[in-house]
Design a protein around this ligand. Structure first.
Ligand SMILES: [Zn+2]
Length: 489
């Protein structure tokens, strides 16, 4: 998958090496050694030289995961207008080469679309029997999945739910598969599902599912939602297995892990929201949605990532759309094993960091990465104080070796492959802290908001001037002195 390069798009996953989780606080460690990468190569390499006591824990934060999704085809599909009034057409190149084939595609779209419409209506009407009536009676496995999906949707505060037939691909099912399906006709279509969580989402979340249709005895049914998933294709969490849902004052936790205590995540997330509001203010929705997959693979399915991409990443913030846009539904997705290993305080830091991204709509923001990540850490470390010596460990080491940063970290410094990843996060955090110490926390927030709201390529320079009364160069000089002083050189 391609590496994202634009500053506004490169937000990716970040990881933290957490050390000494067993130590009492505030020695919680985690200098965010995160990285920002696109969602595919989010795994940060952790030097193997950490001592045996040191637990390597990765903390992932992807601010803009969905931007630049690798599966361009899906992106095109998702970009298509979701206007129900638009006539459905089959747009797959395989099916529109001749007028006859095109007509066949339109016919299938109409038949498949009618099945999908029944499914959508059944979900909205909460009619289990109507939903299951659309499912192929011979698709034993999918019937089981469909029961789970219907039960899952019933647990969620669904404000709207819609399927939209997007395209079909007659070549997608092999002759063997078609023979196994039986019936008079079978085909695979890409279907967009949009679903909105009441009280949480300003816009619907969207995924594109491969739906298998089969017609037998004159009736067309859905026979699968998961045939031929393509790498990079995101899957809705409610399609991955039975979910538990817990809701707090400020949070909704959706868990695929029957062992996890979703309620405990609710209270932790509620507190993270409160911590963020204390710094950022209350002019945001003040709600967060957290996904708790049971397995890393489920996290990868939700993110549309390649297998084992997130072995080092504890959590990711993503917009649940294929294109970044303001108002997109944002989810914090935990990597079950690593998130658990973080320990309570570590999870608190991670949740606060991620929630900061949610509040500041970092998935669709022009702020440079150093500001987005530095600010998220500023908020997290304000909520959970951590000793500088441990939170800026790698940076201090570099400074003591004579390597004082010469500029604010560039977007590339947050990439997974960056050799100076920890320093990038640490120095970005301290840049934000310097602004807060020098001008007051509210000025830091004002500065962030000014850059965030700017539509100009000189937005950052303008904010330096108008909010902080200095140029970036002047700030960098002061920041260098600040870092040297903190590092004791
Ligand atoms: Zn982050």
């Amino acid at each position: 998958m391609s590496r994202l390069t634009g500053a506004g798009e490169q937000r990716g996953a970040e990881v933290i090496d957490e050390q000494g989780d067993t130590m009492p606080l505030p020695a919680v460690p985690p200098a965010p050694h995160p990285e920002t990468a696109d969602r595919v190569d989010g795994g940060r390499r952790v030097p193997p030289t950490f001592g045996p006591i040191v637990r390597k824990v990765a903390l992932g934060v992807a601010v803009c995961l969905v931007a630049g999704a690798g599966y361009a085809g899906l992106r095109q599909i998702a970009d298509a207008p979701a206007d129900p009034g638009v006539p459905i057409t089959a747009e797959s190149p395989q099916t529109s080469t001749t007028p006859d084939e095109a007509a066949e595609g339109v016919r299938r779209a109409s038949v498949g679309g009618a099945v999908l419409q029944k499914m959508s209506t059944a979900v909205e009407d909460e009619s289990r029997s109507a939903f299951l009536a659309t499912v192929d009676p011979q698709a034993t496995e999918f019937r089981e999945s469909a029961r789970t999906i219907f039960a899952n949707l019933g647990k969620l505060p669904i404000a709207s739910f819609q399927f939209r037939y997007v395209s079909d691909d007659t070549a997608a099912l092999t002759p063997d598969r078609q023979a196994a399906l039986g019936g008079s006709e079978s085909w695979l279509a890409q279907v967009e599902v949009s679903w909105q969580l009441s009280g949480y989402d300003a816009k619907p979340a969207r995924e594109t599912l491969p739906v298998t249709f089969v017609t037998r005895d004159g009736t067309t049914y859905a026979a699968s939602f998961s045939e031929r998933f393509v790498a990079g294709q995101r899957r809705p969490i409610w399609a991955l297995g039975p979910i538990d849902v817990a809701e707090g004052d400020r949070s909704l936790v959706i868990s695929l892990d029957s062992e996890a205590n979703a309620e405990s995540y609710v209270s932790a997330t509620d507190r993270a929201v409160e911590s963020v509001s204390k710094v950022w203010g209350r002019s945001w929705r003040q709600k967060a949605v957290v996904y708790l997959p049971a397995k890393q693979a489920q996290m990868e399915f939700v993110l549309g990532a390649q297998p084992n991409t997130y072995t080092q990443i504890a959590a990711v913030t993503m917009a649940e759309l294929d294109t970044p846009q303001a108002g997109a539904p944002v989810r914090i997705v935990a990597n079950p094993k690593l998130f658990d290993e973080l320990g309570r305080q570590g999870r608190k830091i991670v949740l606060t960091h991620e929630t900061t991204h949610v509040a500041s709509t970092a998935t669709a923001s022009p702020v440079p990465l150093w500001l987005a990540e530095g600010f998220a850490d500023y908020v997290a470390f304000t909520a959970v104080p951590v000793q500088d010596e441990s939170a800026a460990k790698e940076l201090f080491k570099a400074i003591r070796a004579g390597k004082v940063p010469t500029a604010l970290p560039a977007p590339e410094a947050f990439a997974a492959s960056s050799s100076e990843l920890p320093q990038a996060y640490e120095s970005a955090w301290l840049a934000c802290r310097l602004i807060a110490e020098r001008e007051g926390q509210s000025k830091l927030v004002k500065f962030y908001r000014a850059v965030h709201a700017s539509k100009s390529p000189t937005g950052l320079a303008d904010a330096f001037k108008s909010v902080l009364g200095m140029t970036e160069q002047e700030f960098v000089a002061e920041w260098q002195q600040y870092l040297k002083r903190l590092a004791g050189v």
